[in-house]
Design a protein around this ligand. Sequence first.
Ligand code: HEC
Ligand SMILES: [Cu+2]
Length: 355
Amino acid sequence: MLKKWRLISLFTILTLVLAGCGEPFLSTLKPAGEVADQQYFLMILSTLIMVVVVIVVSFIFIFVIVKYRRSRLGEDHMPKQIEGNRNLEILWTVIPIILLLVLVVPVVAQTFSQADTKPMDKKNRDPEKTLVVNVRANLYWWEFEYPDYGVVTSQELVVPTDERVYFKLKASDVKHSFWVPSAGGKMDTNTDNDNKFFLTFDSKKAEQAGEYFYGKCAELCGPSHALMDFKVKALSKAEFKQWMKNMENEKAKPKTDLAVEGEKVFKEKNCLSCHATDSKDQRAEAARTAPNLATFGERSKIAGVKDFNDENLRAWLKDPESIKPGNKMTGTYPALNDKELDALTEYLKGLKTQD
Ligand code: HEC
Ligand SMILES: [Cu+2]
């Protein structure tokens, strides 16, 4: 009796825990766009076919066991032999072929349609209609560049809803993989070639998802791989245009004395040798070694993982290693005293495109 209860409570807990797996901002089972819808359809289709096959085979299996059991028919019973029966052979050859065809036709069709990235390579591409985002994956952070606008952000990808957004994917150190589970994918980011694909973000689903879709690195890349998260903010076309305008015109000026002090510390402590604080900073590729902090004050997370508040920001600045083991800010990173930490926190919080 006790054993049974243990089992029951185990399953009850499992139900509760697993129920958390279907969040609309982070689940392939809650598709939020054209690509995700198609991939969801394929998942359902293949699962259905498998389930039907398992049910039919199990049914035949049980039927045969029951009908032809020895205790019923006796020791010497020899059932009718059907080896080489032409009709049966045809039947169980043709059925799998049909099942495979039902699977293969949509899979191949969708593989080709989802690989259609021709519009992004067109010479006279209109960025208003065909948006391209260059994604660069780094240990353990993400950079998003809008080449048509000369704008760079990191950690938070901003996209317009209800249109195809084309991505050019690259990694700067080791192989990573770009994955927005709700919107589809994933696709590897490699160091020696560009991968390309597109995703769409449905406006209604974006509303249900809340403020952000979640993005992940889906290729084991090092000790902080599991912390290599990013957010996707899907805006209406008009909001997106406004955001881009803000980015193009952004110029963060420190507003308080403490923030001015923080800016000074930022320069003195060599933070600028890795970080840009201007989204249009067009330094050489090689200099882009750290997240662009131009809109840092607008982020929802610090370093992609910690909730955005003073306490967490201070903790990150004090000891980044304890939050993301092996991250690339450690090493030559200076020890900072309380005053410097306060000033830096104030300064970084104020890095926004708008007040
Ligand atoms: C050696 C290059 C380097 C130096 C110097 C450096 N950083 Fe960083 N910083 C990084 C990298 C790389 C990351 C991304 C870490 C991660 O998320 O894995 C980062 C992340 C950050 C973040 C979080 C960014 C985000 O988008 O969430 C802040 C804030 C930050 N650094 C502030 C500073 C400050 C302040 C200094 C100077 C005291 C500094 N950094 C010096 C490389 C550097
Ligand atoms: Cu990674």
